[in-house]
Design a protein around this ligand. Sequence first.
Ligand SMILES: [Fe+2]
Length: 501
Amino acid sequence: MAKNALGELAAKLSDRHILIAADLKAEVLDGLDVSVIAERIASRHKDSTTLGVVNSEEVVSIIKEMELDKAPHPIEVIHKAGFRPAAAEIDANYSISNNEIERSDGNVGAFVSYFRSRLDKLRKMLEYRSNVTGLLASIDGIKSYTDGREVTILGIVTSIIATKKGNIMAVIEDETSDAKVVFVNGSFGSSKDAFDRAGTLVTDEVIAVKGKIAGELLIAKDFVWPDVPIKQRKEVKDDFAIAFISDLQVGSKLFLEKNFSSFISWLNGGTDRMPELAGKVKYVVVGGDVVDGIGVYPNQDLDLAIPDAYMQYKVFFNLISAIPDYIHIFVIPGNHDSVQRAEPQPQLGPELIGDFKAENVHMLPNPSYITLHGIDLLTYHGTSLDSVISAIPRMSYSNPEKAMIELLKRRHLSPIYGGNIVVPSKNDNMVIEKIPDILHMGHVHKNGLGNYHGVKVVNSGTWQAKTEYQTILGHMPTPCVVPIYDTKSDSFTTIDFGAAP
Ligand SMILES: [Fe+2]
């Protein structure tokens, strides 16, 4: 292979009247693009009128030069002299409360305990709901009742089918047994609202159903999700702002680095746009896919400007090192990051962080609970949004906040098992146990803002231009739009860094 590379180089250079000295060893060219090396040699010798000779030393220095070109270069960040950020005067107040990331051997026992944990956690939430009355302790309790008796049961939805008569039949299961539940289309049995909502059921979620026993069926009258009770607004004493970003996809040819630099310049007070808000930003939350990674999808190398994951992270850390140090930055990984793909994902490790060191930058797992001055924030990359959008009618990539609200109702970040890879650990850590004040996700490259029962829902879009794949699917990404939450006004402002400031 290497010998051929030497021959190839010699052939390319002989056209340009350049010879290779005998000291150049074939191994030096191992794994390198010979055409690029030939071009660089030719350009060094372009002014020579005589026959040129290139020796090993020169080739090695050209290879080093190529490596240096790939290395991250400092970005241009504009600072304004008179910028007096209010956030620099506020003490940081944050805490992280994540469950430990558990491993799993993936055997049958692991799956059983994983789903049991899901059922137990969500059962506790459903038992607290005021409209869940007369709940049987277990599904097999049905057997002791006769036809016509009204009961409430609770379980995991294992299958959903549309029947020939236009009804919806779901099988729900717990540790003891399963039951066929029918949601009737029409005035008999089920309420219209219950029937319509049954059309949005997904597999592996947990519900409580009230209905009448009819032979081996339960004719559903109504059903409920664990859901989120209405939350009162929290009073926050400190006046500051949180900027949400995600899906930078550094390393992709379509990473919009110049726009990202203008966001960082904005944080440094370098633009005239809303300088007061810029100065209030105390926290930046990065919702995963910080790099594009390598080998994430077939032929990805064709889309990469930086075909080396370590170098991609170097560029990422170089970029965020230009964020003022009074701002705390929380980084979780996503499905493109070079950590374990199965969720919950561990934080970016030392091998990816390299020699980057900054006390204001915190690597966290995906998902993570972060409390900022009393504001509970749940940040999750959002990989499960793909399966939720495809499974639930009327969900779309245009309104990711709607799919995020569906997850809140189900109190689960990734209800559909197999939709994305999840570790079947003893504890189902994707259950939304603590209701956040803000639920943040990314992944779908489309911004979205919403509010559900007082929980603010935010999707922070992307910094990658529209890909060919998104064009085929008809997706309309919203790159470079940053949602910023302001504690004083209790609202979001979005700033578009896509256009020139
Ligand atoms: Fe993603």
